[in-house]
Write a protein that binds this ligand. Structure first.
Ligand SMILES: [Cu+2]
Length: 163
């Protein structure tokens, strides 16, 4: 090996070693990135738990047989409650415009049922004016997310019914 090819060999070695370290550094960055992205996704999970954890803010009313909820313009006074099966909930419209109570998925989302279509065992009441009420006795357990049909996008609430 003459001097020239010796230099070439050293240069080649430096390039190879530098390349290996470079790749390792990139891999390390990639690891760091994947770690941070995975911790991001776990943050999302945490946020997801917070969202589904609406139930953390749920008011336990399982000791009551009668529950009163006020409807105001444009909200429900109790947004998320837990009650026992057999409990009667009465909503009173304390607002200035008509509202109703309608379980999500029942009938037309943006249209309250006529009085003749209101059933005792379906959570869906007609529009009630100021001072009027709608009562419903929960005969089954389960989740009852509901809304007000004319204001379905802003007036939403939930009732969880347990044994
Ligand atoms: Cu409303």
């Amino acid at each position: 090996m003459d001097k020239k090819s010796g230099i070439i060999a050293i240069v080649a070695l430096v390039i190879i070693v530098g390349g290996v370290f470079g790749v390792m550094a990139i891999n390390k960055n990639a690891d760091t990135n994947s770690e941070s992205s995975s911790s991001n996704s776990s943050n999302k999970d945490a946020a997801g738990i917070e969202n589904s954890g609406v139930n953390e803010n749920q008011v336990d009313m399982t000791d009551k047989k009668e529950v009163a909820i006020n409807i105001v313009d444009f909200d429900f006074s109790e947004k998320n409650i837990k009650i026992k099966k057999g409990t009667t909930v009465t909503w009173t419209n304390k607002g200035d415009v008509p509202h109703n109570v309608q379980k999500d998925g029942v009938g037309e989302r943006f249209s309250a049922p006529e009085e003749s279509a209101v059933k005792d065992d379906v959570l869906a009441g007609q529009l009630i004016k100021t001072g009027e009420t709608y009562s419903f006795t929960f005969g089954e357990t389960g989740e009852f997310p509901y809304h007000c049909a004319p204001h379905a996008d802003s007036m939403q609430a939930n009732i969880t019914v347990v044994e």
